[in-house]
Design a binder for this molecule. Structure first.
Ligand SMILES: [Zn+2]
Length: 218
């Protein structure tokens, strides 16, 4: 399993209660980000439920009905136990006829990584800056440096080659800097910090169901 992470009990003691405060850094967009954790995290849960409902409505390719068969998850990077509880399953379905799996898109999880998708985004963005604020945030969330480096590599190399980015990258002008992913991309979504983050997670949702991008893990 994942290396070096600390149990969530330890994490809870070290994370400011009620909000996930992120140290300021590069652009104005991502500066002084204050996420009101419960409403924001619960909103992401609702979005995942909507995505799941859409997938269920479409049904299986064979014409069979889809029944809930969620995957259990033990996510890391959750500010509270209640959020960890709310994020403890990856919504998925099993076909009643052919038994094939259908896993809906997610704004909560980025592939099979054990950390929450938003942690992968925010910590990677901070790590790209290589400053002390990044170190502080990642220490608070107990993300090992090696994991951060792997995420950074994934943004710089694998993400660039996903069908999603191949199709969408031309829509960003000036071009998004590979070296500054995902911070540069996050900054393009505008609005309040939490809103920009939510938009980016929605933007990334298609890659959460592509087998080719899931292999990276954690
Ligand atoms: Zn089927």
């Amino acid at each position: 399993m994942a290396e070096g992470g600390s149990p969530s009990g330890n994490l809870n003691k070290r994370t400011p209660r009620g909000s996930l405060w992120l140290p300021s850094q590069e652009t104005a967009q991502v500066c002084h980000v204050q996420l009101q954790t419960h409403p924001f995290f619960l909103f992401l849960t609702r979005l995942d439920e909507e995505l799941a409902a859409q997938a269920q409505a479409v049904g299986c390719a064979c014409g069979g009905a889809l029944h809930r068969a969620n995957y259990p998850r033990k996510p890391r990077g959750c500010p509270t136990l209640a959020i960890r509880e709310a994020f403890s399953s990856r919504l998925s379905f099993c076909c009643s006829r052919c038994r094939r799996r259908t896993t809906s898109m997610s704004v909560r999880f980025l592939g099979r990584r054990v950390y929450l998708g938003l942690v992968v985004v925010l910590c990677s963005a901070r790590h790209a800056g290589q400053n002390t604020a990044a170190a502080t945030l990642c220490e608070a969330l107990a993300v090992p440096l090696r994991t951060l480096q792997r995420w950074r590599r994934w943004w710089r190399e694998d993400f660039m080659h996903t069908p999603l980015w191949q199709v969408m990258c031309a829509r960003f002008m000036p071009p998004v800097s590979a070296e500054r992913l995902p911070g540069d991309l996050l900054a393009r979504f505008g609005g309040e910090a939490a809103e920009a983050l939510q938009r980016l997670l929605c933007f990334l949702a298609p890659i959460t169901v592509r087998a080719a991008t899931l292999a990276e893990g954690r």
